[in-house]
Design a protein around this ligand. Structure first.
Ligand SMILES: [Zn+2]
Length: 271
């Protein structure tokens, strides 16, 4: 008898936490979810499962991050002071939060040293790997890639069957069907390789992530060399997102974001 069993991921809201958001560049309120891996038989959950991580979503910008169990202590909703909540529930102590906020005030006054600037560019990139994975999981690229992979699997099973039927059909043109079957399989495999290589998940950065990074980095107004340098540091630390991130794409997204802001300020001034 076929027993359908496996594991599934379950998320459960656990309240809210405070944390420094590297996109908003401020201490903000986050919604917290506990992510658990639960065993199932015929899709019926068995037990409470294993607590994999705590997922938090910034209430201002929607940026998602993940923390190891125990790093966050979510509180019931209703807090009004993000800083107080962050020092009580988040992974940073009140002291560390104060220092981070102080650093931020120096960003506004353009008083960062060269290495502090590189660290500040690196910060939102290092904090965005989880958000990128979550966005890709539900994104268009994943769906297109899955459809092609499904077609390839169907093709692999269907082709020999079709060929056997054809061989038994004496009226058919000899040799042509086998060549056609091999040809279409090779094309499908090549197509899958191209998809995996160029538009598959492994090589993708969700467009929303580039946009969020542009919002985060805009106050720093970095030049292309600084972005390249920060991404290089991230790559040397084996940060997966940095391997996929194109410095030029980040730089032009920042330029676009600045242009959009200037236009908005301009329009506001004219009214
Ligand atoms: Zn935020």
């Amino acid at each position: 008898m076929l027993i359908l069993r496996g594991t599934k991921i379950k998320k459960r809201g656990t309240g809210e936490v405070g944390c420094f958001c590297p996109i908003c560049r401020a201490v903000t309120l986050y919604r917290a979810n506990q992510v658990r891996e639960v065993k199932h038989i015929y899709y019926v959950s068995i037990g409470r499962g294993e607590h994999l991580l705590d997922e938090i979503t910034c209430s201002r910008c929607g940026h998602m991050r993940a923390f190891q169990p125990g790093q966050m202590v979510p509180s019931p909703p209703g807090s009004v002071d993000p800083f107080e909540l962050a020092s009580r529930t988040g992974p940073m102590s009140a002291n560390a939060l104060t220092q981070r906020v102080e650093l931020e005030s120096r960003v506004a006054r353009k008083k960062l040293t060269g290495s502090e600037r590189i660290d500040a560019i690196l910060e939102p990139i290092a904090a965005s790997a989880y958000a990128n994975d979550q966005l890709l999981r539900t994104g268009r690229r994943t769906k297109v890639s899955s459809v092609f992979q499904l077609l390839l699997i169907v093709g692999i099973f269907a082709s020999p069957i079709m060929w056997i039927f054809h061989v038994n059909d004496r009226s058919a043109t000899p040799h042509f069907p086998l060549a056609a079957v091999i040809g279409s399989l090779v094309t499908a495999i090549l197509l899958c390789i191209v998809i995996q290589r160029y538009i598959g998940d492994r090589h993708a950065v969700a467009p929303k992530i580039v946009w969020l990074l542009a919002i985060a980095l805009q106050p720093l107004n970095p030049n292309l060399e600084e972005i390249e340098q920060a991404i290089q540091v991230a790559r040397s630390q084996n940060l997966d997102l940095a391997m996929r991130l194109n410095p030029v794409a980040v730089f032009s997204a920042i330029q676009n974001e600045q242009r959009r802001e200037w236009n908005a300020t301009d329009r506001a001034a004219k009214h």
